[in-house]
Design a binder for this molecule. Structure first.
Ligand code: NAD
Length: 491
């Protein structure tokens, strides 16, 4: 990191805010700790933006929009490509930050970084495809067209679980379309925001195009929502927070996109290759210790394969290594905070009180939660409906594909779903009827690409993120006509 981005106080780095291309301290001089989930120790500190700094950041983004919004596609393309190169060169540093700040295990951190370089290059490739259209006319001599224009200042509110990926995805496509950006990183992973600013700065992004203002969530959020210079707020996080912010967005008539939580179902039909299904299901729920919005935390099995799947899946769960995220062999690292463990403990206690069985796991040492498998889960239990955001999965037995569909759709969420079967007739029929923004056949529910229309339905959100599907949110269409010769007016 650029030494200007932090001060060292009592041996711990205190990172600054990034506003208008400069590293700056909060006028209130309030700092917050960032804790390492592996041991709860202070990993770094960071300045907290107050109202002055948030408004300054929005002002800087607004001022920078004049030039950036009318920059050539080739200039934006070049910056995005350079940023990807900087990231590749700084991979070790970013990986270590994701491990220390987010509890990412080694391989998940590396995957997150490679996704981001891919995403930036994909956004660079899209820059020249932000296109309008020409339209037929009923008025003789008229040429009718639409052009797509960037919105102006876009603000992003990001969650903790993949802080580098989820912030960068928002920034890359917003910048590609010619918008400027204000990022409010999660209070659990604010240093990732400082690192993102530093990377873009090194790549030569003009001052003010990206600003990063960590702070007290509601304080920063209220200012962003209320400011008319912010044309779009793009949020990724829990449905609970998203619902609150949606009310604020409506109050201020703010354009708003929401990527929220999930209780994603994986249906395994009786003809499936069971070993493959077990591997897919385990990856889909244990990746990043279950802290993935798309995690298949509800596995729905046709009766004839239920017992065999259970046996093999539980055997697999028992072999999944839990350990320090710096160990390259660890698959499950620490959950982000102690209260998340307590939340899951309460879900498990309620489920077992009502008759569910914990077949394996159910315990944690500190923040390290064992891979946990439940059977006998019914719809009167919280865990049937709620996200756990931990390595916890319910195996649910159904009689046939129709009942599997009913159970899969019996949720307020609709982010991702998956079906494992070799019967493509059934797979396609279920794919069309699953109430989900994304469906994957013969895969788990966790899969993502920068250029696909990523997003959910129902209480998982609205709006799509990724590639060309982002343009609808990140640009506005303007209708322009040209009259050749003279129009005939009736009077
Ligand atoms: P969260 O809702 O607690 O926080 C998300 C962001 O909102 C953070 O930056 C937080 O500081 C901010 N925030 C909270 N209150 C706010 C307020 N009043 N005003 C403005 N900002 C506010 O979520 P989290 O715990 O960080 O992340 C986990 C959740 O995110 C899970 O529910 C997960 O499913 C979801 N998620 C969804 C996706 C997706 O693409 N659909 C991706 C990742 C995570």
């Amino acid at each position: 990191m650029n030494p200007a981005s932090y001060d060292v106080v009592d041996g711990v780095r205190t990172y600054k805010l990034f506003i208008g291309g400069a590293w700056t301290s909060s006028s209130r001089n309030i700092v917050a700790d960032s804790l390492n989930p592996a041991d709860g120790a202070v990993f770094a500190r960071i300045q907290q933006a107050g109202a002055d700094e948030v408004l300054e950041a929005i002002g800087a983004a607004h001022a920078a929009f004049g030039k950036w919004g009318s920059s050539l596609a080739s200039e934006r393309e070049m910056i995005l490509l350079k940023t990807a190169d900087v990231i590749e060169r700084r991979t070790d540093e970013i990986r270590d930050m994701l491990i220390d700040e987010c509890g990412s295990v080694f391989n998940k951190a590396l995957w997150e970084i490679s996704y981001v370089t891919d995403c930036l290059r994909s956004a660079a490739g899209d820059v020249r495809h932000v296109m309008g259209e020409t339209m037929p006319v009923t008025q003789p001599g008229q040429i009718s067209m639409s052009v797509r224009r960037p919105l102006g200042v876009v603000a992003g509110i990001a969650p903790f679980n993949s802080p580098f990926l989820l912030s960068m995805k928002k920034i890359a496509f917003a910048l590609a379309a010619g918008n400027t950006f204000v990022l409010k990183p999660s209070e659990e992973t604010p240093i990732s925001g400082a690192l993102i600013a530093d990377i873009f700065d090194e790549a030569g992004l003009p001052a003010g195009v990206l600003n990063v203002v960590p702070g007290v969530p509601a304080e920063v959020g209220d200012l962003i929502m209320a400011d008319p210079r912010v044309r779009l707020v793009t949020f990724t996080g829990s449905t609970r927070t998203g619902r609150k912010l949606a009310v604020e967005a409506a109050r201020h008539l703010k354009k708003f996109t929401l990527e929220m939580g999930g209780k994603s179902p994986l249906i395994v039909l009786k003809d499936a290759d069971l070993d493959y299904a077990v591997d897919a299901a385990a990856f889909g729920v244990f990746l990043h210790q279950g802290q993935v919005c798309m995690a298949n935390s509800k596995i729905i099995l046709e009766a004839p394969i239920f017992d065999a799947f259970c046996e093999r899946f539980v055997a697999k769960a028992k072999t999944i290594p839990v350990g320090h995220p710096r160990e390259a062999t660890s698959v499950i690292g620490p959950l982000i905070r102690d209260s998340q463990c307590a939340f899951i403990d309460a879900q498990l206690a309620e489920a077992t009180d009502k008759g569910a069985t914990i077949v394996t796991g159910g315990k944690h040492e500190g923040r390290y939660f064992q891979p946990t498998v439940l059977t006998g889960v019914t719809r009167d239990m919280r865990i049937y409906h709620e996200e756990s955001f931990g390595p916890v999965v319910s195996l649910i037995r159904v009689e046939d594909a129709e009942e599997a569909l009913e159970v899969a759709n019996d949720t307020e969420y609709g982010l991702s779903a998956a079906v494992i079967t070799n019967d493509l007739q059934k797979a396609m029929d279920l794919s069309l009827r699953l109430e989900s923004g994304m469906v994957h056949v013969n895969d788990c529910t966790i899969t993502d690409e920068p250029h696909v229309p990523f997003g959910g339905v129902k209480n998982s959100g609205f709006g799509r993120e990724g590639g060309r599907s982002s343009w609808e949110e990140l640009t506005e269409q303007k209708w322009i006509t040209i009259q050749l010769g003279k129009r005939e007016f009736p009077f």
